[in-house]
Design a protein around this ligand. Structure first.
Ligand SMILES: *Cc1c(COP(=O)(O)O)cnc(C)c1O
Length: 404
C-alpha cells in the first residue's frame, strides 16, 4: 500500500473553555422567546414588525427588513437595488465567502480590491483603480467591527454613479464620524444575527435600504415576489384574496419566535458593546504587561471611528519570528483557548478563484500581508477581564514554548 501522508493534527473536538466567539443568552431572552412561542402567530406576526421597529430606532434608519440570515440580507440588498446579471460589484477579499457568493447568486460579477495591510479594510485607491464600465456598486466590509473609510468610498461611489453597500455583519453598534453604521449611512446595509455576532437570533439578518422603492422591492423579494399594493397590481383588485406574483422571490422571512429573541437581544446590545470595548482595552493592557514589546500587535483604533469589536484580531509576524501559526493555535487550544483566522483571502479560495469570469491572478500585497499576520482571540460579552488575563497568559506561554 502506498504511504499516505499523515493528516495535520486536528484541533481538539471537546468544547473549548474560551471559544473565539459565542452568544450571551439570559432569562429575559428565554422569557421573550417563550412568550412568542405560545402566542398566536409563529411567523408573519407582530414580533417581526416589533423587531424591525426596534432596529430602526436603534440605528436611526427608516427602512429595516429582517430576514433569514446575513447571506440572505446581502442577496436582498443586491437584488433590491436592481443589480442584475452582467453588473459587477467591487469588494474586499478579506471577508466571509457570503459577501461574494450572494453576489454570484444575483448573477453579478465580483472584483476584489486590495485592502489596508493593518486593518484589512478596503483601500479606496485600490477600489478606484478597479472601477470599470460594468461596475455598479462598492461593497464595504467593516472587518472585525472597525468602520471602513466610508467618506472616501462614498465620494468614489458618487463620482462614478455607483451604489455604496455595507456588509456590516461585524459592525452593529459601530460609528463613523459619529454616525451609526446602518443609520442610512449608505444605499444598503446588511446585518447578521449569527450566534458569534453582536446580537443573535440563532440564524437571522436584516437589510436596511435608504430609498423607499428599494425597501419595497426587498419586502417583495423576501416573500416570494408577491405584490399586494393596489397601486402596483396589473388589474384593479377583484377582492381581498387577490395578489400577484410578479418576480422570482424567496422565502427569506424571519419567524416571530426569532424576532422576539432579536428584540430582547437588542435591548441588551448597549451592554454587549460596552463589554466588548472594555475587554478590548483589557487585552491591550494584558498584551503590554505580559508579552515582550512588538511581538503581538493589538488592532489600531483609528480616529473618527467607534470600533464595535466583533473580533479582537491581533497581528503577529509569524514568518519573521519563525512561529508556525497552526502550532500556536493548537497550543492555545490545548490550554482551552480558541482562536481563528478571519479571513483566508477569497482570491485564494478555489471556488472564488477558479469560477468562470473570475479575475486573472494579480498581486494584492495588502491582503496577503494582513492574512499572513492575523489571529482572532476570544471575544464575547460574557468573557471577563480575568479571563482575558488567563488567555493572554496562555498566549505568552505558548509563544515562549514555540520560540525556545
Ligand atoms: C456572518 C457574515 C456574513 C453572513 O451572515 P450569515 O448570517 O452567517 O448568513 C456575511 N458577511 C460577513 C462579513 C459575516 O461576518
Amino acid at each position: 500500500m502506498a504511504a499516505v501522508a499523515p493528516l495535520p493534527a486536528p484541533l481538539p473536538a471537546a468544547p473549548l473553555r474560551y471559544p473565539y466567539g459565542r452568544q450571551s443568552i439570559d432569562a429575559s431572552d428565554v422569557a421573550a422567546v417563550t412568550a412568542a412561542l405560545t402566542g398566536d402567530l409563529l411567523t408573519c406576526g407582530p414580533a417581526v414588525a416589533g423587531f424591525e421597529a426596534a432596529l430602526a430606532a436603534y440605528l436611526g434608519a427608516r427602512h429595516v427588513a429582517v430576514c433569514a440570515n446575513g447571506t440572505a440580507a446581502l442577496h436582498l440588498a443586491y437584488l433590491g437595488l436592481g443589480l442584475a446579471p452582467g453588473d459587477e460589484i467591487i469588494t474586499s477579499p478579506i471577508t466571509f465567502s457570503a459577501t461574494a457568493s450572494a453576489a454570484y447568486q444575483a448573477g453579478l460579477g465580483v472584483r476584489f480590491a486590495d485592502v489596508d495591510p493593518i486593518t484589512g479594510n478596503l483601500d479606496p485607491a485600490a477600489v478606484a483603480a478597479l472601477i470599470g464600465p460594468r461596475t455598479r456598486a462598492i461593497v464595504a466590509v467593516h472587518l472585525a467591527g472597525q468602520p471602513c473609510d466610508l467618506a472616501a468610498l462614498a465620494a468614489l461611489a458618487q463620482a462614478h454613479g455607483l451604489y455604496l453597500i455595507e456588509d456590516a455583519c461585524h459592525a452593529l453598534g459601530a460609528r463613523y464620524r459619529g454616525a451609526m453604521i446602518g443609520g442610512d449611512t449608505s444605499d444598503a446595509v446588511a446585518l447578521s444575527f449569527h450566534p458569534v455576532k453582536h446580537i443573535t437570533t440563532g440564524e437571522g439578518g436584516a437589510v436596511i435600504m435608504r430609498a423607499p422603492a428599494h425597501h419595497a422591492r426587498v419586502l417583495r423579494l423576501r416573500h416570494h415576489g408577491i405584490e399586494r399594493d393596489p397601486v402596483r397590481l396589473s388589474i384593479p383588485s377583484p377582492g381581498p384574496w387577490y395578489h400577484e406574483v410578479v418576480e422570482q422571490g424567496f422565502n427569506y422571512r424571519l419567524p416571530d419566535i426569532l424576532c422576539a429573541l432579536g428584540t430582547s437581544q437588542l435591548a441588551r446590545l448597549p451592554r454587549f458593546l460596552a463589554a466588548r470595548r472594555a475587554l478590548a482595552a483589557a487585552y491591550r493592557a494584558e498584551l503590554a504587561a505580559q508579552l515582550p514589546a512588538g511581538l503581538v500587535t493589538a488592532p489600531p483604533e483609528l480616529p473618527e471611528r467607534d470600533h464595535a469589536y466583533h473580533l479582537f484580531a491581533v497581528a503577529i509576524d509569524f514568518a519573521g519570528l519563525g512561529v508556525d501559526r497552526g502550532r500556536l493555535m493548537r497550543g492555545l487550544a490545548a490550554r482551552g483557548v480558541g482562536s481563528q483566522v478571519h479571513y483566508i483571502p477569497l482570491t485564494a479560495q478555489p471556488f472564488h478563484r477558479d469560477r468562470p469570469g473570475a479575475e486573472a491572478p494579480r498581486p494584492r500585497p495588502g491582503a496577503d500581508a494582513f492574512y499572513a499576520r492575523t489571529l482572532s482571540l476570544p471575544l464575547y460579552p460574557d468573557l471577563t477581564p480575568a479571563d482575558v488575563r488567563t488567555i493572554v497568559a496562555a498566549l505568552a506561554t505558548t509563544l515562549a514554548e514555540i520560540r525556545s
